[in-house]
Design a protein around this ligand. Sequence first.
Ligand code: NDP
Ligand code: 2IT
Length: 456
Amino acid sequence: MSKLHANESKTQEYLTRYMEGVTKRNPGQPEFIQAVYEVASTIFPFIADKPIYHEMQILERMAEPERVISFRVPWTDDQGRIRTNRGWRVQFNSAIGPYKGGLRFHPSVNESVLKFLGYEQTFKNSLTGLPMGGGKGGANFNPKGKTDLEIMRFCQSFMTELYRHVGADTDVPAGDIGVGGREIGFMFGQYKRITNQFVGVLTGKGIEYGGSKMRTEATGYGAIFFLRNMFAQHNDSIEGKTVLISGSGNVATHAAEKCLHLGAKPLTMSDSGGFIHCKDGFTQDQIDWIKDLKNVRRGRISEAADEFNNISFHQGRPWGVPGDCAVPSATQNEVNAEEAAVMIKNGIKAVAEAANMPCDQEAVEAFIAADVLFGPAKAVNAGGVGVSGLEMSQNSARIAWDTDHLRTLLENMMRDIHDSCVQYGNTGGKNTNYLQGANVAGFVKVADAMIAYGHV
Ligand code: NDP
Ligand code: 2IT
């Protein structure tokens, strides 16, 4: 066996043994194990000749959240019945700053999902270049069909416990699935009332009470900036490309909008009921109508097909529609190996993960093996938490920057993240390996900070 092959098989052996340990310690947590594997499979080769990371047990420590808080959330529905949900905050890693990451309200939320999200968030936040640790939280609460008053009572009850665990220099939550401007307003109001403090304890706030311009748009816009940068790096252009988008929430609608700004054509959007297809590409008016449908009327995406002649509604997910790029923007594991194979057969050129872990491991491997440009979530969607970090800066300094300035900061941040991926993602293949690039670039800063602190 050559020395190179001997090293590779040793690295593989470490990875296998490591994953056996992670799997044993986290029974019933498949999403978390999946996220750890995705990172570890690229980090073990990187640290093969860097014994300090092994000696300091960095990957072992990184796979253990610093703290998981779980609590009861009782609330009263409009019929006067007492309802009970479970809330969590996973404070994953504070090596480079206060815990930072969103809150998700969805019936599928459990500890595995929040641990995968908190783990990913640690590397993503490191990539932004800002001083933010990783965290995530939420509740197994289903906001669908609830009235505004029910949402308000739930959010107030949730914050009545959460407030003692968070703080502007401790842990700063934000939105995620099922948590947008309305929910952040209710939670911020409750925090302020309980603590008698007006501080930047949440991001994604309304502009009137300490929110940042561009935060609402940041994740979707940032994802499409990243897609543009991947094309430019590989001597191609986003202009004229057709784009398959899933989801129809905050991330999806703003991704569609930025596609229009940059001359690309968004063809699809979806929700849990199915997807809509517009072969001409959605117009800004149609995107605005969908934003209103989802944020104000809180309806289903199928209604867009009743409203517009050139939009059709279909069951399932949009991945069978031929397109140049895919920007999955709904939820985890929404692209599997068969769907990836269909997209590859249809000639897909680039995939940018705007949701967190939307492609399963086999789909990721299939895209990379087929030389499809693959942008992983922790890089592609980092613009959201990036502008959250800028909201924290503005709150601390008690100032407010204007839209143009923030747009430039976001665009520059996405450029820098892209360039860090290129720096660490050159594996000798035809394309940059953005998966490896993002994982390694995110890892190094957190790992080196942990080493500086000694055995903690
Ligand atoms: P929203 O709640 O605004 O929208 C979520 C969208 O995804 C809806 O269209 C929803 O459909 C769909 N969806 C959610 N769960 C499922 C499911 N299990 N199956 C099918 N469709 C589903 O959330 P966001 O747009 O904020 O978040 C979307 C993704 O982006 C998530 O993965 C989130 O973690 C990630 N993200 C969000 C950031 C942000 O700033 N908001 C930042 C970085 C990442 P339906 O209404 O039918 O449930
Ligand atoms: O997944 C994410 O990065 C988010 N939901 C945004 C987190 C934040 O703190 O803005």
